[in-house]
Write a protein that binds this ligand. Structure first.
Ligand SMILES: Cc1ncc(COP(=O)(O)O)c(C=O)c1O
Length: 353
């Protein structure tokens, strides 16, 4: 199948850029003491998971229980839900899953610890638990060392839970364009986590894992980082938002659209907001960089007086945010030049429970 035959709007992934990104991450992590448990949220595709595991990832991180269930179903033996699951109706499913795979989950409240213990005790087995520590993003996580130690002790007292360590994700820094700000904040987090680790050791609760990291922060970690593993996701694809950071990864993901109408001053395509995430800004129209873009539900248009586009032409966009964009599609077309070389279903599309 040729790229020109793909019905649009559709997502294409350029094979060489995708493979380069995978290799670049491996090279980067090989120079450190950190392992890799990449985040499923970015692609939600078991085909991609298989490639990440074959390339050396120790397991897979995800955000939601329903994603974790898909991963376990596909045979992934080490899954981290880097998130809290608190709804009573879901806890039985957490316990069932903990019997199928090595499952790790995050907590930031003593009531969660009690509820998870009850659920897992009913099924038997062990659930591995990270205490989420808030390091500046102002989302989930306890805010002091003392609270981390308190929860770690509580977890250790539960017969069916195992204290694994700390979840510390600095999402507020991932897209910080000022490199100096990213560097100094990263160093401060490293120092704080080192102090926390020492306190946990002194309390007889040494953390086995300190987990976190993103595409925008991974290269700022020291070789012997206090982090034991990284959870990066976007590095495989990149996007308009990450393009501003001058990272070592290249853009591999494009929304392929068809020009459906032209006027002397504008080009209109069939790719609108229903086929592309706009939460981190508008897409970049390849070939029309820097020109005003207007997006509506089913249309994307660029103001480009004197353009040469014709109805039926193909036009590529670089999405503003790869993760929310992929979640809008059933499949990813892997392409090499004009050839479609593979089609990867977005297995867990829409799995947000
Ligand atoms: C908890 C957590 N870990 C890791 C990531 C991966 O970040 P990125 O896709 O920027 O590499 C995210 C992204 O939102 C996240 O929420």
């Amino acid at each position: 199948m040729k790229v020109s035959q793909i019905e649009t709007p559709a997502l294409i992934v350029e094979r060489s850029a995708f493979e380069n990104n995978m290799a670049a991450m491996n090279r980067l992590l090989e120079q450190t003491t950190m392992a890799f448990r990449p985040h499923y949220k970015s692609h939600k595709s078991i085909d991609v998971v298989k490639r990440q595991l074959a390339a050396g990832a120790k397991g897979i991180t995800c955000a939601k229980l329903s994603e974790a269930e898909d991963l376990a179903q596909a045979g992934v033996g080490d899954i981290l839900i880097a998130n809290q699951v608190v709804q009573q109706e879901k806890l039985g499913r957490v316990a069932v899953l903990a019997n199928k795979t090595r499952l790790t989950i995050c907590v930031d409240d003593a009531r969660q610890v009690a509820a998870l213990e009850r659920a897992v005790a009913a099924q038997g087995g062990t659930l591995y638990v990270l205490v989420e520590y808030e390091i500046g993003m102002a989302r989930c996580g306890v805010e002091t060392h003392e609270e981390v130690i308190h929860l770690a002790k509580l977890i250790r007292e539960q017969p069916h839970l195992s204290f694994e360590g700390i979840q510390a994700y600095a999402g507020h820094l991932s897209h910080e364009v000022d490199l100096e700000v990213r560097k100094s904040a990263s160093a401060a987090i490293e120092a704080d986590l080192t102090r926390l680790k020492k306190k946990l050791e002194e309390a007889g609760l040494p953390p086995k894992e300190i987990s976190g990291g993103s595409t925008g922060s991974v290269e700022l970690k020291p070789r012997d980082s206090v982090y034991t593993e990284m959870q990066c996701g976007s590095y495989l694809f990149m996007d308009g938002s990450y393009a501003q950071l001058d990272l070592r990864f290249e853009n591999s993901l494009f929304l392929l659209t068809t020009v459906i109408s032209t006027k002397p001053d504008r080009v209109v395509t069939d790719g609108g907001m229903k086929s592309l995430g706009m939460d981190q800004g508008a897409p970049i129209f390849v070939g029309y960089e820097g020109l005003p873009v207007k997006m509506s539900e089913e249309h994307g248009q660029v103001t480009a007086p004197g353009h040469k586009a014709e109805m039926g032409d193909k036009l590529r966009y670089i999405p503003g945010h790869c993760c929310t964009t992929i979640n809008m599609h059933d499949k990813l077309y892997l392409v090499d030049g004009e050839e479609v070389v593979d089609i990867w279903p977005v297995t867990s599309r829409g799995k947000s429970q």
